[in-house]
Design a protein around this ligand. Structure first.
Ligand code: SF4
Length: 75
């Protein structure tokens, strides 16, 4: 995992954000504004949507700055 990486976890998944890749397109903030709040710290409120909603939004990130990994890959 690259050095400058931020992670945000719920019980099921971890969102990985790589700020150097972020092009600030706001696709995430417009698509799921209750979770992706660029003016807040931490800016990702992972508890504000379901895991499925978050996964779907993360996969729409145009730059690859956002990705997600399962917390329990063996399940
Ligand atoms: S969708 Fe991806 S590139 Fe756009 S602001 Fe969010 S993290 Fe950054």
């Amino acid at each position: 995992m690259p050095k400058e990486t931020h992670t945000y976890s719920n019980d099921e998944i971890t969102i990985v954000w790589q700020p150097k890749l972020c092009i600030h397109s706001a696709v995430c903030a417009l698509g799921l504004p209750q979770v992706f709040q660029p003016r807040e710290r931490p800016w990702i409120k992972i508890d504000q949507a379901t895991t499925e909603q978050i996964k779907a939004q993360v996969e729409k990130c145009p730059s690859g700055a956002l990705s997600w990994i399962p917390n329990h890959p063996e399940e």
